[in-house]
Every structure is written in structure tokens, then in C-alpha cells.
Design a protein around this ligand. Sequence first.
Ligand code: ATP
Ligand code: LTN
Length: 332
Amino acid sequence: MDEINVKTILSGVQPTGILTIGNYIGAIQNWKLLENEYKCIYPIVDLHSLTVRQDPKQFKDLCISMLAQYLACGLDAKKNILFFQSHVRQHTELAWLLSCHTYLGELSRMTQFKEKSEKHRDNINAGLFTYPILQAADILLYQACKVPVGEDQKQHLELARDIAIRFNNIYGKTFVVPEPHVPQMGARIMSLQEPSNKMSKSDTNINGTIFLLDSDKVTLKKIKRAVTDNKNRISYNDNQLGIKNLMTIYMTLTKESIREIEEKYTDKGYGAFKNDLAEIVVENLRPVREKYAELMDNKDYLVSIYKDGAEKAGEIAENTMKKVRDNIGLIK
Ligand code: ATP
Ligand code: LTN
């Protein structure tokens, strides 16, 4: 069993919109590199999204859309377990048991809770507060050893580790203690309008964000309008954050080195560079958009993927839960 555990990777994304080129470069492209080496489990964490009020009809569409986006980006459903968190009931069962082993003080230190309660002042619900416990359950349920997450989720992962260690100390070894996974291509894509901020799918300034399903025309327009500076020099440095960000996108999509890109554009200005970059982005995203449209036209196939995923995930989850229930003293 440990042999299997050592090789499990797990990460979750909330179904709250369309993935950005930041998610694609920073997360999904890296996940693809792992699929042959690890057992990869990617729940679409629908229950987490309910900490913010969702329109029920729209939410169903968002969830299906997220699954189609994963597949359209090239995640292979045969090699990765893709499913909806809510379809594997053990997530919420474990979350309760873990909540009895988590302190209020720990939860009140979470910066995401502080930020989100600022943002949603009219709906500071208990779920928002206990959100990291459900996240810990997602991870510990599958005995994941590595969790690919961005900077902002490191604190939640640290808490998941603390809970796992505490539980193991009280009841004997029950959970693998997870570690963050630092991706090989660790690029962080910034907003095209405010290059000191991360590009994010929930950013209200949509001109700063390239969504995977943006049309060619929209992508072109967003790149042309991307904030740069007046140096008109293609150089990768911290005094030219806008151009640095565009070069990062260029580099990760073409696999050319920064040096090669700088040389290629020594005698050229921002206009030419932006035109070429737009073409590269458009060429990369077009197949994703086409595949997405095809998938959304084939709902039966999507249903078969998430059902199969939930079945596989459910088996692993139940194995862990048997051990947890027994260790904690619940009668079989
Ligand atoms: P939201 O706006 O809903 O908070 P987000 O777009 O910031 O979402 P997450 O859902 O928090 O993204 O993250 C999903 C995955 O994508 C994580 O692994 C995260 O590290 C990665 N990711 C998100 N934004 C970027 C980015 N701008 N650059 C690189 N990787 C990113
Ligand atoms: N909280 C994460 C999403 C998330 C997650 C997880 C990430 C839920 N469960 C388990 C990694 C592992 C977020 O907001 N990005």
C-alpha cells in the first residue's frame, strides 16, 4: 500500500469560471508532465465553491464546463482520475472527523479566510471558515504525497500537514503527510493590465486575463493592449514587468529560451513582438477551444468520464476511511 501512496499526486481547482492561460501554463501543462510517473487525482472541487453563493443552474454548467476544459487542455482521462468532489461522499465525512482535530486558532490565521470575508462581508459563512479542513480531507483521503499548488495555497497545505501529523500521533499512522510540489516550469503569469498582480480567473478586469476560450480576435486585442513601458526594448528584467510577463508566456509556449527570444527581437519593437506573441497564443489556444466545443457537444462522454472517475476515486477514498473509522473508534 505504501508503494502506491508514495506515488499519488492530488490537486483541486474550483469550478468557478473559465481557466486562464495562467492556469494552463502554471498548472495543467505541469500536470501533464506527471501523468506517466504518478497516480494523478484531480477532483473538481464543487463543494468548495459553495462557500460563495452560486446560481444552481449556472453552477451545473460551470462544473461540466470545467471537466470539458480539463480534457480539452489534454489531460488524459485514462491516466488521470477526474471527478466531482461531491460525488465521493467520503470527502465530507472525513472533513467532519478532521474538524474535530483542528483548532479555531489555526483556522483564524488563514489569510484566504481573512481576504474572502473582507470580499464577501454579507456572507461570512461557517464553510468559508472551515474551507481548509475540507481541502485537507481532499488531500489526506487519497494519501497524496505531493500537492501541486500555487503560493497562495501553501498555508492551507501546511495546515493539512499539521492535521495529518496530529491525527497520526493520536491514532497511529493513518495518513501520508503531504508535501507541496514545485512544478518543473514554475512560471507565474501576471495580469496583462497590472503585471505586478497574478493573472486570475476571477479578476474583474478581464482585459488583464487571457481565458482559454477567448476568440482569436479577443486574444489578439488583449495582447496588443497589454501594458508595457516606453523603452521599446525586449529585455527580461524587473524594471519592465509588462514585457517580462509577455516574454514568460512566449517562452513557456514555444520552449525557446529567454536569451533566444531577446536575440530574435534585438532590432524589433514591441509592436512586432506582440504580433508574434498573439499568433503563438492563438495557435496554442485554438485546438483547446475546438476540442472544448466538441466535448461540450458530447455530454454522454463527459458523464462517462466523471462517473468512472468517481468510481475509481471512491474505492481509494473508502480504503482510507475504513482505516480512519477503525482507528478513531467507530464501530464497523
Ligand atoms: P481564482 O481567481 O478563482 O482564485 P485562479 O485563476 O487564481 O483562481 P486557482 O484556481 O487558485 O487559480 O489555481 C488553480 C491552479 O492554477 C493552481 O495550481 C495555481 O497555482 C495555478 N495558477 C493560477 N493562476 C496562475 C498564474 N497566474 N500563473 C501560474 N499559475 C497559476
Ligand atoms: N483551495 C484550492 C482548491 C483546492 C485544492 C484542494 C488544491 C481544494 N482542494 C486540494 C489542492 C489540493 C484553491 O482555491 N486553489
